[in-house]
Design a protein around this ligand. Structure first.
Ligand code: 13P
Ligand code: SF4
Length: 352
């Protein structure tokens, strides 16, 4: 639906009044009505880097989810404020690893005497506490665009990796890009003693995968891929690495949201694509390329409900609060946590 013209005018007026004092970041899963006001759009990696490189902006308005705003707060200078237009925009995957659970898992590894050879690698989609845990134990953060480099680096530092919290990104990267076998990976269930694993399983695994997943990408199945290939002969299947292993195995191309967009931008006119990621993104690229056939991989609609919480009314409310000098929804990370998390984030930014 077209955006409410009154809200569009208010957003423009607020942006103009603030000028360079505000910088608006928009993740690729954001609604069109929000993306039209973003100074920059990107995947998680690009947005983290862009937030870190905007020292002049007094305010960073993060149109994305909570863990992204926390990471931006950690990477920006002390005087800068990061705002999340709706505080309820979380990420169900990030919530699947709590600090307490992860500390308990580390205790298990310490009791087995293997903690010193385990390197934690945490997906960007995690709380600041998990990032701090990662930094404290000499690990790195990764995103879907640098997971291979992060794992390669981690295996140079130690013999085993504890990968948090997305089992699928961890497994897909380890098996498909590092050449490990499925048997090298074990699944750690935080709700069971010792993760539901034996001491030998924990000792022998190369990858200890946390039992987390994305509920949006978890909906794509191998059957979706088979069905679309039958329905659209010659179709190219392009998916995000948060999809399950068998989906990624049966796809033609796999990558981050930024990679997905670049691949579709560069595709030949007349080519056909079925895309397995969030729907706002797929619809926007499909609309931008009417010369290519771009369809959603699943038959049912599939938004990320928390990404979608950021809408134009919330953005206008946030921008107008800045104009009024009374910022709302500031995201801050406690200094001790931020220092440790920053070490893990900077390790990611320094990956070769
Ligand atoms: P990207 O880093 O590929 O943008 O992914 C972020 C995300 O939340 C995917 O679900
Ligand atoms: Fe989290 Fe999945 Fe939404 Fe990405 S798409 S923000 S991983 S719930």
């Amino acid at each position: 639906a077209p955006s409410d013209p009154d809200l569009v005018a208010r957003a423009l007026a607020a942006k103009q009044a603030l000028g360079d004092r505000v910088f608006i970041l928009g993740h690729h899963y954001q609604r069109d009505e929000v993306v039209q006001f973003a100074d920059v759009t990107g995947d998680s990696f690009k947005l983290a880097r862009d937030a870190a490189n905007r020292p002049d902006a007094e305010y960073i308005v993060f149109c994305g989810v909570h863990f992204m705003a926390e990471s931006a707060d950690i990477l920006t200078a002390d005087g800068q404020q990061v705002l999340l237009p709706d505080l309820a925009a979380g990420c169900s995957m990030a919530d699947m690893a709590t600090a307490e659970q992860v500390e308990q898992a580390w205790d298990v590894l310490e009791e087995l005497g293997i903690a010193e050879r385990v390197v934690p690698v945490s997906y960007m989609n995690s709380s600041a506490d998990i990032k701090a845990f990662t930094g404290k134990h000499g690990g790195t953060i990764c995103t879907s665009s640098n997971a291979e480099r992060a794992l390669t680096w981690a295996f140079e530092q130690g013999e085993q990796v504890l990968f948090l919290p997305d089992q699928h990104l961890g497994r897909n990267t380890a098996v498909r890009q590092l050449g490990l076998s499925l048997d090298d990976c074990v699944l750690y269930n935080p709700f069971k003693p010792m993760g539901g694993l034996t001491a030998d399983q924990l000792r022998n695994a190369k990858m200890i995968l946390w039992r987390g997943h994305c509920s949006v990408h978890g909906r794509f199945t191998k059957e979706c891929v088979d069905e679309v290939r039958e329905r659209i002969p010659g179709v190219n299947v392009l998916v995000h690495p948060e999809c399950r292993y068998e989906v990624v195995e049966s796809a033609d191309y796999v990558g981050s949201t930024e990679y997905i967009i670049k691949t579709l931008d560069a595709a030949e006119p007349g080519s056909k694509w079925a895309v397995g990621t969030e729907l706002n993104l797929v619809r926007r690229v499909a609309n931008a390329h009417s010369d290519k056939e771009i369809v959603f991989l699943d038959k049912s609609v599939c938004y990320c409900s928390t990404m979608n919480r950021i809408d134009l009314p919330h953005l206008v409310w946030t921008l107008e609060s800045l104009v009024a000098g009374k910022p709302v929804n500031r995201i801050t990370v406690a200094p001790d946590t931020a220092a440790l998390a920053q070490a893990a984030l900077e390790q990611m930014l320094a990956l070769p």
